[in-house]
Ligand binder design. Structure first.
Ligand code: AKG
Length: 251
């Protein structure tokens, strides 16, 4: 799947691209079945909400289920990343499903991914791409991601480590900075039907609100990073930043 010039320009300008209904309902059903299987496991790579104990994020999935091993090599995910980054030598940095369970799913505070990739893993440059596939319809009600368009153009913002208000420790951006960025850009919610894809870059500021609705919100996320920009530190477990630098091949 090749992105058009217009899509590439939009990604460059806004820092985010939504591609509706890329995966079929049958494919999405298979992803959900695979997710149910890994979600049932009691392992450290299944990280839980502090209050409810519901799984918040399940990581290392391509090493845990053949369906996800196939998905990380799917050309619909890999080719747009190769095109944007202008290299075929991309390694699989992280593979997860983020869950916002109905009624239970908690917030992710304002942050950008490079803050964690750089501070924790020693990734030199903000090049990694986060490629999402929606496993449920994502609406304004069930905790979609919120993005500040164009925020990637302002470079790496100051961050602080939040270990208090979140079930997943994050290097976060403070409210004043978010306010300033929103005045320069605009807020968009990443919504779409199940099977849609969303791509965003390592510097794009984003967050997500709690899920107060009766509908689950599950999103598959693959982070691909150029081998030339690999981690230089191995502070975190492999499931948070995979060490295998073999360039991903498409199936
Ligand atoms: O799944 C979410 O709601 C937010 C996830 C997120 O911000 C991230 O993975 O960087």
């Amino acid at each position: 799947m090749r992105l058009t010039d217009q899509q590439l320009e939009q990604f460059d300008r806004d820092g985010i691209l939504v591609l509706p209904a890329v995966f079929s309902p049958t494919e999405v059903a298979a992803f959900r079945d695979a997710f149910d299987a890994v979600c049932a496991e009691d392992v450290p790579a299944n990280i839980r909400e502090k209050k409810s104990g519901a799984v918040r994020t399940a990581m290392g999935l391509h090493l845990r289920h053949p369906t996800f091993a196939g998905l990380v090599r799917d050309p619909r995910l890999v080719q747009p990343a190769r095109q944007i980054l202008a290299t075929d030598r991309l390694y699989v940095q992280q593979v997860k499903v983020n869950v916002k369970a109905a009624f239970e799913g908690e917030a992710w505070q304002w942050h950008y991914d490079f803050a964690t990739h750089h501070r924790e893993d020693g990734v030199p440059e903000p090049l990694a791409l986060n490629l999402h596939v929606f496993l449920d319809d994502v609406t304004e009600f069930n905790g979609p991601l919120h993005f500040v368009t164009g925020s990637h153009r302002h470079g790496a913002q100051p961050t602080f480590l939040d270990t208090e208000t979140t079930s997943y420790d994050l290097w976060c951006v403070d409210r004043e900075v978010v306010g300033g960025l929103v005045r320069e850009g605009r807020l968009v919610a990443g919504t779409g039907v199940a099977g849609s894809m969303l791509i965003f870059g390592d510097l794009l500021v984003h967050s997500s609100p709690p899920n107060m609705s009766p509908f689950d919100r599950r999103i598959f996320s693959l982070i691909l990073n150029p081998v030339s920009n690999a981690y230089t530190r191995d502070n975190r477990p492999d499931y948070k930043h995979h060490r295998d630098l073999t360039p991903v091949e498409t199936v």
